[in-house]
Design a binder for this molecule. Structure first.
Ligand code: 5AD
Ligand code: SF4
Length: 416
C-alpha cells in the first residue's frame, strides 16, 4: 500500500513537470513516504530525516516533505524534531502535491479526506508487467495492536466502474497482472461486493492474473471462495493473516474470529481450491500471551502448514488499545518466540516447496533474478518465486516450467 502511494505521488508530480532522480543532491523536492506499522520503521525514518538536514544547509532551496503514516500520526510534532521539514501530509492527502510546485500547498495536511475513494490520482508505476490497484482505503476493524485505522481513516470503497476503467487502461498498456489493494479487501462494497468485483475484472481482456491483498478471515465468505475457484484469472493464493493460534489472544487482539473459525475457513478454501497456497501474518509476544498461547501458535503452524508467513514481534503503537494492556511480554521472550516461529515455518515452507518438484507451473516472467543476472525470475500463480536460465523468453511473457528444485525462499525451474 505504501509503495503504491509512492507511485501515486510520482504520478502527480510527473504531471506537474517533475522528473525522478536517484541523487538527493540533485533534487528540488525530497519526500519521505513513511510507515508506522511497527516502531522499528519509525526509528529508521527519524535517523534518515536527521541526516538530510545538512543537505538543506548546503542547498536551502530544496524542499523536504514527510508523507505517510508517521506524518499522519506525529503531525506538527515532526517540526519540533526537524524544523527543516517544509510539508507534512498524511496518506489521505497525497493530492496536495499538485500544488507544491506553485507554492500553494499547505504546510500541514492531515484532515480526513471524504473524497479519497472517488477522486482518482494518477500513478507512475515502477513495474511494466504487474500493477497495484487500490480498491479501498482505510480500515474499520480496530485490531487492538494496529495503528492503521488511526492513520488511514475509515473504510471507503472505490466505485467499481473506476476500478474497472483503471484495470482496462492497464491492460491496454500491456500489463498482465493486477494486485487489488486494500487493508481488508473482502469487505469491499460498492454496487457490487468483492466477489462481484472479481467477476467484473475477470472480463478485462489482456489481464491474465488477478491477485489481492489483504483478506480478513472474519469476512471470507463462501461466495468469495467460489468466485476465486470459478474465475480463471484469479490466482490460487490468499494472504490470510492468522496473527495467533490462541483464541484467547485473538480475542485480546479484537480479531473477530477464533482459531477454530480460522481452521474451518482454511478447510473450505482447500476443499474448493485444492492447489491454493495460503500465507499468513503472525505476531509474537502480544501482551498477555503466555507460554501455552505461544505453543498454540506453534501447533497452528504445524497443523495448517502455511506456504509462507511474515512474523513480527509485537510492537506497541501509540493510540492503540494494546499499547495500554498489562502483562507485557519481555523483549527476550518475544525474540525467542519469534525465532522459534520463523525456524519452524522455514522447515514447513521448504517441505512444501520440495513437494512441488517435478510439477509443471505457469510462470509470469518479471525480469532478471536479483541474485543471479544469468537467470530470469517470475512467479507461479500460487505466488512462489521461480528462477530459471535465460532462454530467449522475456519480461511480461509466460513460460511453462518444470520445477526441479524447491528451496526455502524460491524454486528452480527449467523450460519444459
Ligand atoms: N506489532 C507487530 N506487528 C504488527 N502488525 C500490525 N501491527 C503490529 C504491531 N503493532 C502486523 C500484523 C499485520 C501486518 C501487516 O503487520 O501481523 O497483519
Ligand atoms: Fe490493522 Fe486489523 Fe485493519 Fe489489518 S484489519 S489494517 S491489522 S486494524
Amino acid at each position: 500500500m505504501n509503495v503504491h502511494d509512492s507511485e501515486k505521488m510520482l504520478g502527480i508530480l510527473e504531471k506537474e513537470g517533475y522528473t525522478e532522480t536517484d541523487n538527493a543532491l540533485e533534487a528540488d523536492l525530497i519526500i519521505f513516504n513513511t510507515c508506522s506499522i511497527r516502531e522499528k520503521a519509525s526509528q529508521k525514518f527519524f535517523s534518515e530525516l536527521g541526516r538530510i538536514r545538512s543537505l538543506k544547509r548546503k542547498r536551502p532551496g530544496v524542499r523536504i516533505a514527510v508523507a505517510g503514516c508517521i506524518a499522519q500520526h506525529e503531525g506538527r510534532k515532526i517540526l519540533g524534531r526537524a524544523p527543516h521539514v517544509d510539508f507534512i501530509f498524511g496518506p489521505q492527502n497525497l493530492h496536495i502535491l499538485k500544488d507544491v510546485a506553485s507554492g500553494r500547498a499547505p504546510s500541514i495536511s492531515l484532515d480526513e479526506n471524504p473524497y479519497i475513494a472517488t477522486r482518482d490520482l494518477p500513478a507512475k508505476r515502477g513495474d511494466p508487467v504487474r500493477a497495484w490497484v487500490t480498491i479501498m482505503y482505510g480500515c474499520n476493524n480496530f485490531c487492538s495492536y494496529c495503528i492503521v485505522p488511526f492513520t488511514r481513516g475509515r473504510e471507503r470503497s472505490r466505485p467499481s466502474r473506476h476500478i474497472y476503467s483503471e484495470v482496462y487502461e492497464l491492460a491496454a498498456k500491456g500489463y498482465k497482472e493486477v494486485t487489488l489493494l486494500g487493508q481488508n479487501v473482502n469487505s469491499y462494497l460498492s454496487d457490487v461486493n468483492f466477489a462481484g468485483l472479481l467477476r467484473m475484472l475477470n472480463r478485462v481482456e489482456g489481464i491474465q492474473r488477478i491477485r489481492f491483498v489483504t483478506s480478513h478471515p472474519k469476512d471470507l465468505s463462501v461466495d468469495l471462495i467460489h468466485a476465486m475457484s470459478e474465475l480463471d484469472k484469479v490466482c490460487e493464493h490468499i494472504h490470510l493473516p492468522l496473527q495467533s493460534g490462541s483464541s484467547d489472544v485473538l480475542k485480546l487482539m479484537n480479531r473477530g474470529y477464533t482459531y477454530s473459525d480460522y481452521v474451518e475457513r482454511v478447510a473450505e478454501l482447500r476443499r474448493i481450491i485444492p492447489d491454493i497456497s495460503i500465507t499468513s501474518d503472525i505476531i509474537a509476544g502480544f501482551p498477555g500471551e503466555i507460554h501455552s498461547d505461544h505453543l498454540l501458535t506453534i501447533e497452528a503452524l504445524k497443523n495448517i502448514e502455511f506456504d509462507g508467513i511474515f512474523a513480527f514481534k509485537f510492537s506497541p503503537r501509540p493510540r492503540t488499545k494494546a499499547a495500554l494492556m498489562r502483562n507485557e511480554v519481555p523483549e527476550e521472550t518475544k525474540a525467542a518466540r519469534l525465532s522459534e516461529i520463523l525456524a519452524l515455518q522455514d522447515v514447513i515452507t521448504l517441505r512444501k516447496n520440495r513437494s512441488i518438484e517435478g510439477t509443471l507451473q505457469e510462470i509470469l516472467i518479471e525480469g532478471e533474478s536479483e541474485t543471479d543476472p544469468e537467470k530470469l525470475m517470475g512467479r507461479t500463480r500460487t505466488n512462489k518465486i521461480v528462477t530459471f536460465s535465460k532462454n530467449g523468453t522475456s519480461q511480461g511473457t509466460f513460460a511453462r516450467l518444470q520445477i526441479v528444485k524447491g528451496r526455502t525462499h524460491s524454486l528452480e525451474g527449467i523450460a519444459s
